[in-house]
Design a protein around this ligand. Sequence first.
Ligand SMILES: Nc1ncnc2c1ncn2[C@@H]1O[C@H](COP(=O)(O)OP(=O)(O)OP(=O)(O)O)[C@@H](O)[C@H]1O
Ligand SMILES: [Mg+2]
Length: 295
Amino acid sequence: MTTLGVAAIDQDRETIMQMAPVLAVVNRKGGAGKTSATHNIAGVWGTWGLRVCLVDLDTAFNLTEACGYPEELRQESGDWLASGIPEPWSVPGMPNCALVPSGARLAGGIERMEKLAIDRERYLGKVLAPLRRDFDVLLLDTKPDLDLSVTSALAAATHVLATALTLPQPIYGVVRSLGLVEDLREGVPDLRVVGFLPMAYNARGLRPAALGSMVEMAQEYGVICLPPIPYTEHAGKESQSHVPMALAYRNTAVGQHYRYAAALIGEQLGLTVPAEWLDRGRRLHEQMLREVLAA
Ligand SMILES: Nc1ncnc2c1ncn2[C@@H]1O[C@H](COP(=O)(O)OP(=O)(O)OP(=O)(O)O)[C@@H](O)[C@H]1O
Ligand SMILES: [Mg+2]
């Protein structure tokens, strides 16, 4: 190999290293907390000074609504997927965060991807690539079920996080999502599974048995099961205020747990996160494992 060749390879490697990580948030079950987790984790990262790009890949555009993207623009929005030119919109209630919105035109983009003869799953990654130079991290909110938009999100991602309710059915959803990740590993060898983010959407809290099975499943896959996000009555109000719960109620349990989660996930992605939250998150994680495994 010539010296020039080696230099070119080194340069390529450097370019890839400088590209922001891309986290896809998945669960094939509906209502499993994908959008809430995406919105809140992005909000926390933004307050830590990270430049975050949210991408709404769900034609139901819940994340776009939660961010307060103007209703009158939604008829046109989502056309970036067909045009191949994403234009991030600064989210007013979330410092350092921008949104690539969904809307009425996103479905047309997915149809366009379906018609591509070669490498359909790679199209999204190519479209998002320029954003990986402008932001520190990209967060992709996916839809329930499994279509080309979700497989493309996984193909475009460097990391994947599965949210999970503690009821049995969504747990199966997580397992199926991870099964898909296994399938994709061959085609996307660098895709790393961060793990599960359990959501305790029940005022009674989390059943230890349910959390236990999730912890065991995580160990089986060699990934982490994060400390659960607690139930809160504040959920749902962000569709009016457009401010993520983790920012609006930062001193409540849900605000603090989203900080632990944002620190632990951020560390996995190689982001710079505050040592204090990382340390507290690690301790909480260890305490959870002790409690769950002793039960
Ligand atoms: N910590 C919480 N406590 C109580 N309810 C919550 C909490 N977090 C989210 N929720 C509620 O749970 C519901 C489902 O959450 P979310 O929309 O995030 O799930 P999803 O997986 O994105 O759903 P879909 O598959 O439809 O896109 C929402 O009504 C949301 O307000
Ligand atoms: Mg959603």
